[in-house]
Design a protein around this ligand. Structure first.
Ligand code: SF4
Length: 659
């Protein structure tokens, strides 16, 4: 069966499906999309059971259930009660699962012998990595290690990688392919709001009276989000739509105002829009005075950008710029979205910040329908940043903030100087430079294929092929990068392992293992933990740095979200077997708030928010990076009734050190 409303509907030809119009502040109607069977039309396959998960194929992160029969994935269906998609799935979600059953999945570890990659066992492959690691660590220190990861792993896997790299080896050379994709989003959020977290929710689409899409072809990149926007546009009180894009994309064709900028000129246009907001007195100066800094400087900057000057640069007629400024200036609930048309363009971070600034000038933040979403590529991409598997420190901590470093050292129980923070973290392209120059001698690549995806490919392949560089590749296929590796580790993928991921609007989904990985493939978390165990990383007290050392235990983190608007999310680890953890996660879903369950990491933010926090001696801990983000980002104290926290009580003091 194809989509819930029509068996005939070809969801490749019609990515957005049937319209379900709704009005402002109404609930988006449910429409459950489902695909069972191996082809587009659907075979008569029935699922024996359904396993809760979510789609990882774009940053929308739609909730879905995985259909399983005969130990295989046979399909998916959207989850009607999921706040992100209300049952809908786009073409990638409906058909992407078919890649799990690809015949060329990696089934066994490989090591290079006599110039050839040959199959071997896990012990032999891991021993080879550990032998080289120990020798390098002793002779050269942590700086000889580089980790290049992706936007495709799960939160727990990234976090474990971050602890290994920054707490165990002490290397600053960690980054992900997300650096070349949506790093602008992270930087713009930090520059504008002080924290890499999104100040909006998808539910803001339900309440917005104006949508402003800047360099974001949402119809192609996040089909279900576009369905939501289209449903608002077809319902009563439709929101105005303003689109900035050089191309006549579907959103541009749908828009009330299409500002067809010349490529690379977003900033001129955005400056002129702000020029007009100031000129027309559309700046909420009281709100700005209470919540933001630097308005005078911004006003001086955009004073030089009247629409006529911007029109010469960006090619959008001055009258259109004025009209757009009027629409944006009169909006009472403005939701903006930003993606690659900004990030992969000239003056990317400045332009992304100018969209944020537009919201600051108009006070369009922190209430239903008002916010900005700096989009990502996949829901898992946010996790690279949250967990510190890239240049940041875990829990969105800043390497340049001594109190953050101290706090992390305390949590991991390691020396502050063991955590690399003496210089800016090494960005992705510099990692490759160091590998080329020879200071990085072991490069561990997980879930990405730089031999086809990085710029300057010939050079990248030469680096990977260097005799002196020991390359570990962890992947589900024998990719072009894996073909150049010294050791190849076969990984499990979505549906074959359990963990969580965070989408753009901060919803955390728990994705459960539906089927076993093929052959001897293992979850990435299990691989990282196995490496940590073999390397015997220890904290200051001589205890294992990663207590969750046995991957059969503590494989998953409890995750939940509540139903606020926008919702607040939290997650935390526990040292239980996966089955127990899942039972616990479900129990937490049902449990009413317990007044004593507080987060150690969130403490200072809760205190800032004027919320009574129980004493540290209570021993109640949980990780809540997203909540930190949410609270840390708020310029005003967050009212206690909005915080409404529920925390996972970590049962073991040993574990809580790493929470
Ligand atoms: S919109 Fe994105 S998350 Fe949702 S089904 Fe499509 S690809 Fe998956």
């Amino acid at each position: 069966m194809a989509d819930g409303d029509s068996r005939e509907r070809d969801r490749i030809a019609d990515p957005w499906g049937r319209r379900t119009p709704y009005g402002a502040r109404q609930a988006w109607p449910v429409r459950v999309d489902q695909q069972l069977g191996g082809d587009r039309d659907g075979d008569a396959v029935e699922a024996e059971r359904w396993v809760p998960s979510a789609c990882v194929l774009c940053s929308n992160g739609c909730g879905l259930d995985i259909g399983v029969a005969g130990g295989r994935i046979v399909g998916v269906r959207g989850r009607a009660g999921d706040r992100v998609n209300h049952g809908r799935l786009g073409p990638k979600g409906l058909y992407g699962w078919q890649a799990n059953g690809a015949p060329d999945r990696l089934l066994r570890p490989l090591v290079r012998d006599g110039g050839e990659l040959v199959e071997t066992g896990w012990d032999q492959a891991m021993d080879r990595i550990v032998e080289r690691s120990r020798a390098l660590l002793e002779a050269k220190g942590g700086g000889a290690f580089g980790f290049y990861t992706s936007g495709q792993l799960l939160s727990e896997e990234y976090y474990t990688l971050a602890v290994i790299g920054k707490g165990g080896l002490g290397t600053p050379h960690m980054d992900g392919n997300t650096r070349l994709c949506t790093a602008t989003a992270a930087q713009a959020l930090k520059e504008s709001f002080g924290c890499d977290g999104q100040p909006a929710s998808y539910t803001d689409v339900d309440a917005a009276d104006t949508l402003f899409l800047v360099g974001h072809n949402v119809a192609a990149t996040q089909t279900v989000l576009w369905s939501r926007m289209l449903d608002r546009r077809r319902g009563p009180d439709p929101p105005a739509l303003v689109v900035v894009d050089p191309r006549a994309t579907p959103p541009a064709r749908e828009a009330d105002l299409h500002l067809a900028v010349r490529g690379g000129t977003n900033l001129a246009l955005l400056n002129a829009l702000q020029h007009e907001l100031f000129a027309a007195g559309r700046v909420d100066r009281d709100w700005v005075a209470a919540h933001a800094l630097g308005i005078e400087e911004l006003e001086r900057t955009v004073a030089d950008w009247p629409p006529e000057r911007a029109a010469e640069v960006c090619g959008v007629p001055a009258a259109q710029i004025r009209e757009a400024a009027r629409v944006l200036g009169e909006a009472e609930r403005l939701l903006s979205t930003v993606l690659q048309g900004v990030y992969q363009s000239n003056q990317a971070t400045a332009a992304a910040c100018q969209v944020n600034n537009l919201h600051l000038l108009r006070g369009m933040l922190g209430r239903p329908g008002a916010g900005v979403l700096q989009m990502n590529g996949q829901p898992t991409a946010q996790n690279t940043r949250e967990t510190g598997a890239d240049g940041d420190l875990s829990g969105m901590r800043n390497w340049n903030n001594p109190s953050h470093v101290r706090e992390l050292a305390e949590l991991w129980n390691v020396e502050e100087m063991a955590i690399p923070h003496w210089a800016p973290p090494t960005h992705a392209m510099q990692i490759w430079r160091y590998a080329e120059q020879g200071s990085i001698e072991l490069l561990w690549i997980s879930a990405t294929n730089p031999a086809v995806s990085l710029p300057d490919l010939a050079r990248v392949r030469e680096i990977l092929a260097r005799e002196e560089l020991f390359v570990v590749v962890q992947d589900i296929f024998l990719s072009e990068t894996a073909e150049l590796a010294d050791v190849v580790l076969p990984a499990a993928t979505w549906g074959e392992k359990t963990g969580t991921f965070t989408n753009v609007d901060r919803t955390v989904h728990l994705s459960e293992r539906a089927v076993e990985p093929p052959g001897e493939a293992r979850p990435d978390l299990e691989i990282f933990l196995d490496y940590a165990r073999r390397m015997d990383f220890r904290d200051r007290a001589g205890r294992p740095l990663l207590p969750l050392i046995d991957a059969k235990r503590g494989e998953v983190f409890a995750a939940r979200y509540d139903a606020g608007d926008p919702p607040l999310h939290r997650w935390g680890p526990a040292a239980l077997a996966p089955e127990e953890l899942l039972a616990r996660a479900r129990e937490i879903e049902k449990t009413p708030l317990a007044a004593g369950d507080w987060s150690l990491e969130s403490r200072s933010y809760l205190e800032k928010a004027g919320i009574e926090v129980p004493p540290r001696e209570s021993g109640l801990h949980a990780v809540s990076a997203l909540q930190i983000c949410r609270l840390g980002m708020a310029a005003d104290p967050v009212p206690p009734e909005r915080v409404n926290p529920v925390y996972v009580r970590v049962p073991d003091a040993e574990i809580s050190r790493n929470a």
